[in-house]
Design a binder for this molecule. Structure first.
Ligand code: N01
Length: 545
């Protein structure tokens, strides 16, 4: 591929068309750089393009989950408190229309290689273009001074190597690679996995499937979504104060309009505590997770109290005692909220249907897939469709799956035994290469739009600084990476998250180094650290040439 002539040359190339990509493309273009985006999918939206499984829906409410630019929100109306996947795709098309992005985007174009050429201070990108059916019709090389990878934190799907998978004669699909052709009505459906994708899929598919069996390893401590219609008057009203709301979001831990309550769980009377829980629970959404007592995710006793409340609320919704114990066990499998909480709409009630059942993989593990279905230790189950809601090589996979080679090595090799970044946006030995939603950044601990804008602005400002000062290349100092890693790990030590196995720590991928993949100290502190890093003309923390 390296021998192909250069087809295009830009100041900056953006890879990926989710929130990170569309924001950065527009921002970089407005700063008068020549720029272009390559997106592997046939449409914009990133995770919202690919995750078209039935029930796919946002877990962050409107108007939080949108970009903040006035020209975007003033010309858009939300339909629901939590938008469905199709509405998100429409919203991305709206962004592309308002910002006139399409002229600078190639869809169906996957960047498979990015190699740094020190002599010319350029990245050489190999771009493979294919049609919707996957047929490759063009491979070309693009050169650029800088590249911004906006490949998302959930773009490399993970399929566990179940024995005999190739034997299954029916339809099998991962939720992140869903095909809208797959029929579920009247089918016998298996679902493996209970993360956000599994929960959403189960509640949508159960009413139409002839039979649905959920294979569960860990129950999801899902909270009621509290879905609501966003009508004309709501849309008109919120816009009158939206700039103030945006400022508020910038001050909260995860970019929501609410934050942890400063009170400690047991600093109030039991009556007051239960009333507060009730209020949070009834609000719907993430309040009971990210708007609760300040010590809920730090103190085990406080956490146990929250779990007990959640469990009591949940078990009353499930008729069968055995199913209730599987979905909301008496002994919590891990501290409440230390795995990603999902929002549900009648998820637990689905298990009251005669046609819906649950297999506990801890006591009845999968032995093999068969031609007709799945054989567990205790029984053989027949299915027409097997849905793999088994997650992603989260946070790092979107980058390590690409052959990105810097001055000495590839990102995959550099990160083999653990991640090294500065600010979760750059990595030493890879000059002029930036990433959004990357590892060691707030990524899964802040709303997508807030991350896209916060990091996108820092990257834009850095590119402007480089241009203004004739800097050809900029990369983090290795010692700055060491400090950043220490800071990320230290902040992850503060609380209960670290005691739970989850993709937040890379636990879901066999062989992946265990460490905090996210910056857990909140977006306001992250923003401050990013601002400080540019001091002394970037020279303290970066190598400029
Ligand atoms: O993936 P997950 P996801 N045998 O990794 C199970 C975002 N997202 O696609 O918990 C059996 O959370 C695994 O079990 P366990 C969002 O940030 C957002 O659902 O490891 N089971 C788990 O239950 C989300 O958090 C939205 O014991 C196996 C499941 O598979 C992130 O993407 C929608 C297994 C994987 O859950 C990922 O969510 C969708 C095995 N060998 C995604 N291996 C919204 O905003 C894994 N599992 C709505």
């Amino acid at each position: 591929m390296g021998s192909l002539p250069c087809s295009d040359e830009y100041d900056v190339v953006v890879v990926g068309g989710g929130f990170g990509g569309v924001y950065s493309l527009n921002n970089i273009r407005s700063l008068n750089f020549t720029t272009h985006m390559y997106e592997a999918g046939t449409g914009l939206g990133g995770i919202w393009h690919w995750n078209c499984y039935p029930g796919a829906r946002v877990d962050t409410d409107t108007p939080v989950y949108q970009l903040y630019a006035p020209e975007l929100y003033k010309t858009w109306k939300w339909k629901e408190r939590y938008s469905g996947r199709d509405e998100m795709v429409d919203y991305f098309n709206h962004i592309a229309d308002v910002w006139d992005l399409r002229k600078d985007i190639t869809l169906g174009a996957r960047v498979t290689q990015a190699h740094w050429h020190q002599d010319s201070c350029r990245w050489h990108l190999t771009v493979v273009q294919s049609s919707a059916d996957g047929t490759v019709y063009k491979t070309s090389v693009t050169h650029c001074k800088s590249v911004v990878f906006c490949t998302g934190f959930a773009s490399k799907h993970y399929i566990p190597p179940f024995f005999g998978m190739d034997k299954f004669g029916g339809t099998m699909c991962h939720t992140g690679l869903w095909s809208e052709d797959i029929q579920l009505a009247g089918k016998r459906v298996a679902v493996i996995g209970t993360g956000a994708s599994g929960v959403q899929f189960v509640q949508e598919a159960s009413p139409v499937a002839a039979q649905l069996t959920l294979f569960q390893r860990t129950p999801n401590m899902a909270l009621p979504m509290g879905q609501a219609v966003r009508d004309e008057s709501w849309n008109t009203h919120y816009k009158t104060t939206y700039p103030e709301q945006v400022e508020k979001m910038k001050t909260t831990y995860a970019g929501f309009l609410y934050d942890f309550d400063p009170r400690m769980t047991f600093a109030v009377s039991e009556e007051e505590r239960l009333a507060f829980y009730e209020d949070l629970f009834c609000k719907g959404g993430m309040y009971f997770w990210l708007g609760t007592f300040a010590d809920m995710l730090k103190n085990k006793k406080a956490n146990d109290a929250a779990y007990e409340f959640w469990r009591n609320k949940t078990i009353t919704r499930i008729h069968d005692a055995a199913a209730a114990e599987r979905l909301a066990p008496k002994v919590a499998p891990h501290a409440f909220g230390t795995k990603r909480i999902s929002l549900e709409q009648n998820y637990f009630e689905q298990f009251n249907r005669d046609t819906v059942s649950i297999v506990d993989l801890n006591t009845d593990p999968i032995e093999t897939f068969t031609n007709k279905g799945i054989k567990t230790k205790s029984a053989e189950h027949e299915f027409d469709v097997i849905v793999l809601a088994t997650g992603f090589d989260s946070v790092t996979g979107g980058l390590t799956q690409i052959d990105i080679r810097g001055t000495e090595t590839t990102i995959k090799d550099k990160w083999e035994k653990g991640v090294w970044t500065h600010l979760g946006m750059m990595t030493a030995g890879f000059p002029n290469l930036f990433f959004v939603y990357g590892p060691q950044a707030p990524t899964a601990f802040v709303t997508g739009p807030q991350c896209a804008e916060g990091q996108g602005n820092w990257i834009g400002d850095t590119l402007v600084y480089m241009r203004a000062h004739g800097i050809e290349s900029l990369q983090p100092r290795p010692e700055a990476e060491v400090k950043w890693k220490e800071h990320v790990n230290e902040t992850a030590e503060d609380g209960l998250f670290k005691d739970t196995k989850s993709w937040y720590f890379g636990d879901n991928i066999p062989g992946k180094a265990r460490e905090s993949l996210n910056y857990m100290a909140g977006f306001p502190l992250y923003r401050k650290k990013c601002a400080e890093a540019t001091g002394n003309g970037y020279k303290n923390q970066f190598i400029l040439a």
